[in-house]
Design a protein around this ligand. Structure first.
Ligand code: RTP
Ligand code: MG
Length: 143
């Protein structure tokens, strides 16, 4: 298994519910290191660009509206198998279908307000990290 980087967002519902620390605890407990992080209020253009792959989907407008409804926490996670590991920690898109013990099953309200985003492939992770972070904002740790 290779050391990978993946991109993660604590969505507006997670920030609002005060569970940033709980989400980070799960990342760290699973061996993922937070090597970059910032809280931002996304603009509509940023949210539309980020979710451009979904622009023809019926939920696109609501998704963008939700993602700009409050601040989000953006982070880069690094670790063995980070992309798949983060998706495992997150659970299924719909919290009702997510396995118990996953972030979405335990903390999310609904398929729309599902607390976290995580890159779904290594290629997308690279694109998404570069969308929000410059190289100087990323602080890898050599142990
Ligand atoms: P994400 O991209 O946010 O990590 O979530 P995901 O891969 O599990 O789900 P994806 O298919 O990429 O969809 C992106 C986000 O759009 C919202 N969604 N709503 N109402 C719906 O049927 C529906 N489907 C997707 C969710 O907030 C999902 O996280
Ligand atoms: Mg996705």
């Amino acid at each position: 298994m290779a050391v990978e980087r993946t991109f993660s967002i604590v969505k507006p519902d997670g920030v609002q519910k005060n569970v940033i620390g709980e989400v980070y605890r799960r990342f760290e407990q699973a061996g993922l290191k937070i090597i970059a992080a910032k809280m931002v209020q996304l603009t509509q253009a940023q949210a539309e660009g980020f979710y451009a792959v979904h622009k023809e989907r019926p939920f696109f407008k609501d998704l963008v509206k939700f993602m700009i409804s409050g601040p989000v926490m953006l982070q880069v996670l690094e670790g063995e198998n980070a992309v798949a590991k983060n998706r495992e920690l997150m659970g299924a898109t719909d919290p009702k279908k997510a396995d118990k013990g996953t972030i979405r099953a335990d903390l999310a309200n609904s398929i729309d307000e599902n607390t976290v985003h995580g890159s779904d492939s290594l290629d997308n992770a690279k694109i998404e990290i570069a969308y929000f972070f410059s190289n100087t904002e990323i602080c890898p740790r050599t142990r």
